[in-house]
Design a protein around this ligand. Structure first.
Ligand code: DX5
Ligand code: ZN
Length: 218
């Protein structure tokens, strides 16, 4: 049987003045997770929102809250996101020294732990952590903005992680984030992704229901 691909629309591309309706649209359109891009103006240039936003969205949606922390010193903020009801908390390997400790912190808080890699970071930087991870998020653009073009070479990391997962029996889900749309999804799925994030493709779609269906079944 074909594996089920999960769609995680990113609220970064939503209209923040109507966030409740936008979150409802994610559910109606067949989205599986809500991807929440937290930016601190330091790790990436922009600033988005914090744990309070996650806690408000959690109250109005039963979808999985997939928090992507693009922040420096994530260890200081993780407890607040756990409290806010995050289901997955993903931090950047480039932002930390004690990654294993953070994975423990997230799991002890009852959430699932993920690590993200920017395009210039190889999979080898997290090789010792693979057995402990619930999600590995491969950035297919440089983080910081929605609406960028996918860097195809990043999909080589998805292929490598897929092969390692099969060989060693690891449990992590592989996600791709950045520039995923109807034309680029095929390559990502062929490389072995489990979850795709879609910001501008989702909120810019004329028919999000049809778009999600097409992308999940490509
Ligand atoms: C970028 C964010 C992405 C962003 C993707 O730094 O991590 O999640 O929302 O946006 P699109 O799908 O428009 O490339
Ligand atoms: Zn993201």
């Amino acid at each position: 049987m074909d594996k089920k691909i999960l769609c995680a629309p990113s609220v970064l591309a939503a209209n923040f003045t109507r966030i409740g309706e936008e979150v409802e649209l994610i559910k109606k359109a067949g989205g599986d997770w809500i991807h929440l891009d937290v930016m601190d103006g330091l790790f990436v240039p922009e600033i988005t929102f914090g744990a309070q936003m996650v806690s408000h969205i959690k109250k109005v949606s039963d979808l999985i809250m997939d928090v992507h922390l693009m922040i420096e010193r994530p260890e200081e903020k993780i407890p607040a996101f756990i409290k806010a009801g995050a289901d997955y908390i993903t931090f950047h390997i480039e932002a930390v020294i004690h990654a294993h400790r953070l994975i423990q912190l997230i799991k002890e808080g009852g959430a699932k732990a993920g690590i993200a890699l920017v395009p210039s970071t190889p999979v080898s930087t997290i090789s010792e952590l693979l057995p402990f991870l619930d999600q590995i998020l491969i950035m297919t653009v440089n983080p910081g903005y929605g609406g960028q073009k996918l860097i195809p070479e990043c999909l080589e990391k998805v292929k490598l992680l897929t092969a390692l997962k099969e060989k060693k029996g690891y449990n992590y889900l592989i996600s791709v984030d950045g520039g995923i749309n109807k034309s680029t999804i095929r390559g990502a799925v062929a490389a072995g992704v489990d979850v795709f994030v879609a910001g501008s493709a989702f909120f810019g779609a004329e028919d999000p229901v049809a778009m999600v269906k097409e992308m999940k079944n490509c």
